[in-house]
Design a protein around this ligand. Sequence first.
Ligand code: BMA
Length: 334
Amino acid sequence: MTLKNVAPLPNIPWEKKSSGGNVSLNSPLWRYSGNPVIPRNLTACSNSIFNSAVVPFKRSDGTQFAGVFRCDDTARQMNIHVGFSDDGYKWKIADQPIDFIRPDDPDFPMSDYKYDPRVVFVEDRYYIIWCNGYHGACIGMGYTFDFEKFYQLENPLMQYNRNGVLFPRKINGNFALLSRPSDSGHTPFGDIVYSESPDLTFWGKHRHVMSPSDGWQSTKIGAGPAPIETSEGWLLFYHGVLTSCNGFVYAFSACLLDPDKPWKVIARPKPYLITPQEIYECVGDVPNVAFPCAALVDGATNRIALYYGCADTVTGLIFGKVDEIIDWIKQNKK
Ligand code: BMA
C-alpha cells in the first residue's frame, strides 16, 4: 500500500498505541489519551465545538494547522468559525463566525445556519463544504487561500442534502463531490451519492455509491473526511447510523472506493471501527455520536489523526495507520 498525492507531515499530532491511548481490541484505531482534545467552551459563547475540520497550514507566527469549527453558541445557533494551532492539540478559535464574502447579487442564497464543515485542499486553495440552511438543509461551499478571507460559492446541489465532501483532486477532469440527499428533519434514511462539476457551479453525472445496510450502518450513512488516495483505491471514512430503542447511534468505519470510478465500492466492512463507548462520546447534547469530519495524514509514515465530533458537544482525536486500516477493511469485508 502506498499513499498517493499525500505530503509528509512529520508534526502530525500523534500518540503511540502503547502510551495510554484507548485501545479497542477489534479496531486498528486508538483514541488520544487526552480526549476530548477540544472542549465545548473554548470560545466566549460556544455551547459546543464538534464535527469540525482541520488541515496542515503553516504561517510565519508558528501556526502549523488551521481549521473550520462547528460552534453552536449559547443561543444554540449553529455556525462555523476559523481556528489555528501550533501542534494540532491546542486551538485558538475565533469568537465570531466566519463572515463569508459573497457576490454582489441580491438573489444569492443566504445561510440561515451553517454546520458540519469539511475543508479540502484542491489545486490552489482550501475549499470549505458545510451543511447550509437555505429553505432547509442543503450543501454550502466556499473557499479561502489564507484562512483570513473566505468566499462563498453557489450551493452546489438543491436541498435537502447534507454531508458534502469534495475529493482532493479532479476526477475525469471534473471536481468530484460526495453527498447524502436527505429530508428537512432528522432524516431516517440516506445513501452516499457522487456528483461531478467542471466549474463548481453546475453539477451532474450523479452516481449512486452506497446505501445503508445492516447493524451499525442500517439507518443512514454519510461521508466523513475527504477521501484519501492510496494505491488500493480511495480510503473513505464514513459514519453510519443505527436506530435503537433510545434513538440514533452514530458510529463510523472506512471503505475503499475505485480509484477512477469512485462511485464503485471495492471493499466495505461489516463492523464499525469506532462506536460511542467513552463517556464523552455517550454523554452530551446528543448522546451516542462519533462523527468524523477531518483526517490529517503523514504521507511519509502512513500515520493518520482523525478529528471526530463526540456527542455533538466536544471534539475527539483518534489515531491509526493507513496500511493497517486498509488491511482491516479487507479482512472484515462484507
Ligand atoms: C446530524 C447532524 C450532525 C450530528 C448528528 C447527530 O443530523 O446534525 O451534525 O452530529 O445529526 O446529532
